[in-house]
Design a protein. Structure first.
Length: 299
């Protein structure tokens, strides 16, 4: 659905995107994660058609995005600083969306009014950050886009509303194959909803896999022996981290978890446990392998 192919972008002399490739499949939720300054927002602004790539191409549904009005009408973006007319009420903003997006559904707008429970006659400038974010989600979901881009989408929402919003988005993915690209620093939240994950680092996608594959590719093992086995353990392929507490070694190893587990079991340990890592922990160790110092973050 969304295809970013060999896109490059400079701001002055700084190369923000370095021939980046990214593919978001139709009807999936794709989590784009990376450290600050990695290029997440720049990628999103290219997909929105706000920025023109210096090289490469960006297509949505097979169509180029930049200066393509019909394609842009299929895309909606909710950023952390969502644009609105400050003197407008919710109802006036709804009319604005209706004028721009041909797929805007008034019936759905009315149904969602019951969920968000915000006075549609109230001016947006008089609302809290959380209320403005709710209005942005309300209007965007009412517009029935084919592609929904969410940049820190749940920031400012209380836990109950966060759950409501996620349920609405997931329902649209299931019911009408909505394609979602979401960027957030809350990796535990992304872990629960994303089908695919892309990790961006210094303007390049370094990992792009189904979420389960990303998590399954790095595991933590706790192993104990009667004798000192540190040299053997350090020689294991894919070892990202090793530490020792008492007689128990804690290992973070990248590779097929069953193969690693069987290799460790063949050494007749006193104790051997395999512990799945969270997406947040995998992210830390993927970047750790690229020169970041994350020693002792995971215990």
């Amino acid at each position: 659905m969304i295809k970013v192919s060999h896109v490059t972008k400079h701001f002055d002399d700084f190369e923000v995107l370095k021939s980046i490739n990214l593919h978001v499949r139709k009807g999936t939720i794709y989590g784009l994660i990376g450290p600050n300054g990695a290029g997440k927002t720049t990628v999103i602004n290219h997909i929105n058609g706000v920025l023109k790539p210096e090289s490469g191409s960006i297509t949505v549904g097979g169509e180029e995005v930049y200066e393509n009005e019909k394609t842009k009408q299929k895309i909606l973006n909710i950023s952390d600083d969502w644009f609105y007319f400050s003197t407008y009420t919710v109802k006036q903003m709804a009319q604005f969306y209706k004028d721009i997006y041909p797929s805007f559904c008034t019936e759905r707008y009315e149904k969602l009014k019951e969920i968000f429970a915000i006075d549609e006659k109230k001016q947006l400038r008089k609302m809290s950050k959380g209320q403005k974010k709710q209005v942005a989600l309300w209007l965007s979901l009412s517009a029935m886009p084919e592609v929904l881009i969410l940049d820190e989408p749940l920031d400012g929402l209380d836990p109950v509303m966060r759950k409501q919003v996620l349920n609405l988005v997931i329902a649209d993915v299931a019911d009408r194959e909505l394609t979602v690209l979401v960027s957030s620093h809350n990796l535990r939240e992304l872990e629960d909803i994303c089908d695919w994950v892309g990790i961006i680092h210094e303007g390049r996608i370094i990992v792009e896999k189904p979420t389960d594959d990303v998590k399954g590719g790095v595991c933590k093992y706790q192993v104990s022996y009667r004798e000192d086995m540190e040299q053997f353990l350090k020689s294991l392929g894919g070892l990202l981290s090793i530490s020792k507490t008492g007689s128990v070694y804690s290992l973070i190893i990248k590779g097929d978890s069953d193969t690693v587990y069987n290799k460790l079991r063949s050494t007749s340990p006193l104790l051997l446990d395999k512990i799945a890592l969270t997406l947040e922990e995998v992210f830390i160790y993927e970047l750790g392998g690229l020169g970041y110092d994350f020693k002792n973050i995971i215990f």
